[in-house]
Design a binder for this molecule. Structure first.
Ligand code: F6R
Length: 612
C-alpha cells in the first residue's frame, strides 16, 4: 500500500515522478505529493485525493528540479487529508521523507520526541520516524545516512522510506523492510519506485532492494549497505516487462482490459509447461523438488482475499488428485496464532503482488519452523517469490485494476498443473483422467474467448440488477469458492453487499434473507452436484428470490428455473472454476460501471496490501 517514486539525475524530476505516481496509484489514492530539491531549496507540495488533483494543484508552482521524491497514499495513521499526505518535512524543514508501511512503535518514539519539545503537523507515524531521524542526526552530528541507520535499528514495523536533504543536492537515501523497493539504473541517473512500472520506459536494468538494506543513490552512483554499514554488491536484473502491458490499450479501464486479456494470460501460463499431446507438464519449480512435494505429510495453503479463494479451489483439486491432506488458511490468522508446522509440511503461498504483508510474515514464520515454501506468485522478483524455496509464476503480466481478475485464473491454472504433476508422480491419478484433464486445460483459453464474446449479455443482466442492495452467490463443490469470489468482486467494485455460500448451507440460516428483491447468483454448471443445486434453485424460486444462473451450454433445466442465465462451454468440474468466474468478474465490472464507480480505484482499497 502506498506508492513511492524517486528520481535523481539530469532530467526534470517532476514529470518522471508524476508519471510514476499515476502508474502506482493502484497502491493507494487517498492523497499524493512530491518534494523537489534545487539549489538548496526544498519544496514540498501535497494534496488530498487522487494524483490528478495534485497535478492540477501544481499548475504555476516551481517544479524545476533534477532530484525529487513522490508518494501516493493509502491512509493508515491519520485520515486522508493534505496535512497527512506525504512527503513530510522534518521539524527543521531540512529533510523530506516518504514512507510505505507502518512504524509499529511510533507512539513511544513520538512521546520521547514530544518530551524533548517536538510538535507534529500530521497524525502520521511517518512524521514521527522522520523527526526521530533528524533528532539523531542533530544530536550525534552525523550524516543523514548514519542517522537513518541508527533510527531503523530502533523501529519495529514495515517500511520503505526515501529521504532527501536540503544540503545534499543530488542524493536520495532509501531503505526497506517489508515494503518493496526497486531501483532502476540509467546512464547518469537513478529511478526508485515501489514496483518497476514507473521505471520501465527509462531503463530495464534494476536492483530489487532487500529487507534491512539501505541505499545511497546519486546520479552516477548506487551504494547498497546493510544496517551494519557493510557494503553489499547490488544484484542487477533485467526487467522482462513491456510498456504496453501497463497501459490501458484502448479499454476504458484496466479491470476490463485485464478480464479480456485472460485467454492470452492463461495461454502464457500454460505455454512451455503443458504438452497435452505428449501427456507431460514441465515445471522446473515442481520437477526439481518433486520428492519433497510427493512426500509432503500435509500441504498448507496461505493467502489473502482472492488468492485465498484460489487456495480453496486448490484444496479440493489437490485432495482429489494427489490424496494429500490440504489446509487453507488466511495468512493474517496463521501469522498470529501458534500453528503446528512440521518438517515435511509443504506450504503453498499464493499471491498476485508477492508483497502482501500478512502472507509474507506468515511465510517467514513457517520457514523458521522448517516448512518448504512453494510460491504461486504473479509479480516477478517480488518478496514472496524470493522467500519461497521453489515456485511457479502465474505469468499473467502486471495486474493494475484493484480487483484481481487475470491473476486469479492464472493461479488456478498453475495450481491445477502443480496438482496434476504431483498426482502423476505419486500415481494417484489414472492415466486416462490425467490425459483428459491435460486436454481440458489446454482448451481453457479458447473457452474463455467464447465466454468473453457474450460479455454484452452480462452487461444487460448487470443493468437489470444494479440497484439491488444485497446479492447472494451460491455454488457447490469446486464452484463454492467461485461463489465467494463472485461476492467479493461485487462488493469491492460496486459497493453492493454480497455474500457467498455453499448452496446447501442456505437452509441453515441465510435462506431467511430471500425475498422478491434479492438477486441470487447460482453457479450451476453440469457436475456431480448438478441435481442438488437444481433443488437449491427450486428452494429459492419458491421464496420468490431472483435467480441469475451460470449454466453449462445445453442444460435444459437450470435456465427454466432462472430469471436470467448465462451459458458457458462444458468443462470438467476441476477445470470449471477458471470458466465460471469470468461471467462473475464481468457482472461486477458492469454493475460497478452502471453505478458510476471508479472500478480501477474503488474507495478504501489498494492493490498491494503491504500493511497488516
Ligand atoms: C480482490 C483482491 C484482494 C487480493 C488480496 C491478496 O480483488 O485483489 O483480495 O487478492 O489483497 O493480494 P495478493 O494476491 O497480491 O497477495
Amino acid at each position: 500500500m502506498c506508492g513511492i517514486v524517486g528520481y535523481t539525475g539530469s532530467r526534470q524530476a517532476y514529470p518522471v515522478i508524476l508519471k510514476g505516481l499515476k502508474r502506482l496509484e493502484y497502491r493507494g489514492y487517498d492523497s499524493s505529493g512530491v518534494a523537489l530539491l534545487k539549489d538548496g531549496e526544498l519544496n514540498v507540495y501535497k494534496k488530498k485525493g487522487k494524483v490528478a488533483e495534485l497535478e492540477e494543484s501544481m499548475i504555476g508552482k516551481n517544479i524545476d528540479a533534477q532530484i525529487g521524491i513522490g508518494h501516493t497514499r493509502w491512509a493508515t495513521h491519520g485520515e486522508p487529508s493534505d496535512r497527512n499526505a506525504h512527503p513530510h518535512s522534518s521539524a527543521s524543514g531540512k529533510l523530506a521523507m516518504i514512507h510505505n508501511g507502518i512504524i509499529e512503535n511510533y507512539a513511544l518514539i513520538k512521546q520521547d520526541l514530544v518530551n524533548k519539545g517536538y510538535s507534529f503537523k500530521s497524525d502520521t507515524d511517518t512524521e514521527v520516524l522522520l523527526n526521530f531521524i533528524e533528532d539523531i542526526q542533530q544530536n550525534n552530528n552525523s550524516t543523514l545516512e548514519e542517522a537513518v541507520r541508527i533510527a531503523l535499528k530502533r523501529v519495529t514495523g514495515a517500511y520503505c522510506i526515501l529521504l532527501i536533504e536540503q544540503d545534499n543536492p543530488d542524493t536520495i537515501i532509501a531503505a526497506r523492510k517489508g515494503s518493496p523497493l526497486v531501483i532502476g539504473i540509467g546512464k547518469g541517473e537513478h529511478f526508485l519506485a515501489s514496483d518497476a512500472s514507473p521505471i520501465i520506459e527509462y531503463t530495464k536494468e534494476v536492483v530489487y532492494v532487500n529487507d534491512y538494506e539501505l541505499a545511497i543513490v546519486k546520479p552516477d552512483e548506487l551504494i547498497l549497505k546493510n544496517l551494519g554499514n557493510e557494503k553489499i554488491t547490488p544484484y542487477i536484473t533485467k526487467l522482462d516487462m513491456e510498456l504496453a502491458a501497463i497501459e490501458k490499450g484502448g479499454y476504458d479501464h484496466f479491470m476490463i482490459k485485464e478480464i479480456f486479456e485472460q485467454p492470452s494470460t492463461i495461454f502464457d501460463c500454460l505455454r512451455g509447461r503443458l504438452d497435452a499431446k505428449e501427456g507431460v507438464i514441465r515445471m522446473s519449480g515442481v520437477d526439481k523438488h518433486i520428492d519433497q512435494l510427493i512426500n509432503a505429510n500435509r500441504i498448507m495453503i496461505l493467502a489473502c482475499g482472492t488468492s485465498w479463494h484460489a487456495g480453496l479451489i486448490a484444496e479440493y483439486i489437490i485432495e482429489e488428485l494427489c490424496r494429500i491432506p490440504v489446509e487453507v488458511e488466511y495468512a493474517s490468522e496463521f501469522r498470529y496464532r501458534n500453528p503446528i508446522v512440521n518438517k515435511g509440511d509443504v506450504i503453498i503461498a499464493i499471491s498476485q503482488s508477492g508483497e502482501t504483508a500478512d502472507t509474507l510474515v506468515a511465510l517467514e514464520k513457517a520457514k523458521e519452523n522448517g516448512a518448504f515454501i512453494f510460491g504461486v506468485v504473479n509479480a516477478v522478483g517480488s518478496s514472496i517469490a524470493r522467500i519461497s524455496n521453489a515456485g511457479a509464476y502465474t505469468h499473467a503480466g502486471p495486474e493494475i485494476g484493484v480487483a484481481s481478475t487475470k491473476a486469479f485464473t492464472g493461479q488456478l491454472a498453475v495450481l491445477m498443473m502443480v496438482a496434476l504433476n504431483i498426482a502423476k508422480h505419486k500415481g494417484t491419478v489414472s492415466d486416462e483422467r490425467y490425459k483428459s484433464l491435460l486436454l481440458e486445460l489446454e482448451e481453457v483459453p479458447e473457452k474463455v474467448t467464447a465466454i468473453l464474446k457474450n460479455a454484452e449479455d452480462i452487461k444487460i443482466i448487470a443493468e437489470k440488477y444494479k440497484n439491488a442492495s444485497d446479492f447472494l452467490f451460491l455454488g457447490r463443490g469446486y464452484n463454492f469458492p467461485v461463489a465467494l469470489e463472485g461476492a467479493l468482486k461485487l462488493k469491492e467494485i460496486s459497493y453492493i453487499h454480497a455474500e457467498g455460500y455453499p448452496a446447501a448451507e442456505m437452509k441453515h440460516g441465510p435462506i431467511a434473507l430471500v425475498d422478491e428483491n434479492l438477486p441470487v447468483v447460482f453457479i450451476a454448471t453440469k457436475d456431480v452436484y448438478h441435481e442438488k443445486i437444481v433443488s437449491n434453485m427450486q428452494e429459492i424460486k419458491a421464496r420468490k428470490g431472483k435467480i441469475i444462473s451460470i449454466v453449462t451450454e445445453g442444460d435444459m433445466i437450470s435456465p427454466g428455473l432462472s430469471n436470467d442465465y448465462f451459458a458457458i462451454p462444458p468443462a470438467d468440474e476441476l477445470i470449471a472454476p477458471i470458466l465460471t468466474v469470468i461471467p462473475l468478474q464481468l457482472l461486477s465490472y458492469y454493475v460497478g460501471i452502471a453505478k458510476g464507480i471508479d472500478v480501477d480505484k474503488p474507495r478504501n482499497l489498494a492493490k498491494s496490501v503491504t500493511v497488516e
